[in-house]
Write a protein that binds this ligand. Structure first.
Ligand SMILES: [Zn+2]
Ligand SMILES: [Zn+2]
Length: 383
């Protein structure tokens, strides 16, 4: 039911500006010169997320760290000699961001090319493009089950840093046991699950100080509850060819984008969410809505993948903000031994790429080995 509502809205709202990828790439090249210096806010990377908080997720974890900050995350790297990259990352000059691998509908409008200065000081060329903020390759939702007898098809998933759980009725019924706290009671005497049912409830459950009335709610948003009932697009500025950083940086803010145009967010602030006796439900693609950032992803579970997969590899599904591809997690126990501290490695034919963590970790990437666009003064609250 919910799923269909979202779908309907989606159909009506999100496919308004399909962009031919090839033509866009051409345009990006053509516009390369004219785009230079045209933007005063050229340092923003994922610009929609200024000062936003996350759903019940609204604690400082996500709130303060929406942007990667070069100051505290990347030690001053002298870029001139990035060839002597200590992390051993081979940045193949031929490799780089390929806008052609994004799915139809993932990018809105034209991509442009511009000069940019990266977190470690490297001056290079970047793509600037806007992602749709809503997937076109799969259906969003469902998130929360309606009753404690619902099966896994009725809900999405939850992950808390320890495990990935199907959000079925049984999960809701067993919350007090799982988290060893009798204050969990997310369903009524009829077995109906308390789920956010209006835009207001969604907003109130998504604040840092969750409305007490909304404790013990399964929190889910809908596209139609976002501003103007539209997806929240994000502008991305990303180095066309990755430049190694002097040292790997922990990425606490947004980490990248999926090939389907969805922001890959930082860890969901699970402690705050659970502390308010809420579950900020994810759908089966490890993503969910919040009122400010719209639909965004926290866990890689095999969505938005490209078809081609090299031997011994997992499919690519996104780009990190440093321009390196992100591939799906390896099955447990099958990861090669050569993954570095950021879960990345270089392989023949692919070059350097990351492997996402298992969704259970509630963190898609461990860190970034490349430089990215330094966050600057944020543009104030989003409108
Ligand atoms: Zn979130
Ligand atoms: Zn790999």
């Amino acid at each position: 039911m919910k799923r269909r509502e979202i779908q309907d809205v989606h159909t009506g709202q999100t496919r308004t500006r399909p962009v031919g990828l090839l033509s866009m790439m051409m345009l990006a090249l053509v516009l390369a010169v004219s785009a230079c210096g045209s933007s005063a806010d050229g340092e923003l990377s994922l610009s929609q997320s200024d000062n936003t908080s996350e759903s019940s997720e609204a604690d400082s974890t996500e709130q303060e760290s929406t942007y990667p900050s070069s100051d505290d995350e990347v030690e001053d790297s002298s870029v001139a000699d990035d060839a002597s990259d200590p992390s051993g990352v081979a940045t193949d000059a031929d490799s780089g961001v390929d806008l052609g691998v994004f799915f139809d509908g993932a990018l809105v409008g034209d991509a442009t090319t511009e000069d940019c200065t990266l977190s470690g000081g490297a001056e290079t060329s970047c793509y600037r493009f806007t992602v749709s903020g809503f997937p076109s390759s799969y259906d969003v939702g469902p998130f929360c089950p309606s009753t404690i007898t619902d099966d896994a098809d009725a809900g999405g998933i939850w992950f808390d840093g320890k495990g990935v759980y199907d959000l079925d009725g049984e999960f809701i019924a067993n919350l007090a046991d799982l988290y060893d706290d009798d204050n969990w009671q997310m369903y009524d005497d009829n077995g109906d699950v308390f789920v956010t049912e209006t835009a207001e409830e969604f907003d109130d459950a998504a604040r840092p100080d969750v409305d007490p009335e909304l404790k013990n709610h399964c929190v889910e948003g809908r596209l139609e509850w976002l501003e103007n009932s539209e997806p929240v697009t994000s502008e991305v500025v990303i180095p066309i060819v990755p430049v190694a950083a002097e040292s790997a940086a922990i990425s606490r803010g947004n980490q990248g984008v999926t090939l389907d145009g969805v922001t890959i967010a930082a860890s969901a602030p699970v402690e705050a969410i659970l502390g308010a006796y809420t579950i900020a439900a994810f759908d089966d693609c490890g993503a969910h809505f919040n009122p400010f950032e719209g639909y965004h992803m926290h866990g890689a579970v095999g969505c938005s993948e490209i078809d081609e997969v090299a031997d011994g590899e997992t499919p690519m599904f996104g780009y990190a903000l440093d321009g390196f591809p992100i591939h799906s997690p390896y099955e447990q126990g099958t990861a090669p031994a050569n993954l570095d501290e950021c879960n990345g490695h270089s392989t023949e034919g692919i070059g350097y790429h990351y492997h996402a963590n298992n969704a259970a970790n509630n963190q898609v990437l461990e860190c970034l080995v490349g430089q990215y666009i330094a966050g600057d003064e944020r543009g104030g609250p989003r409108g």
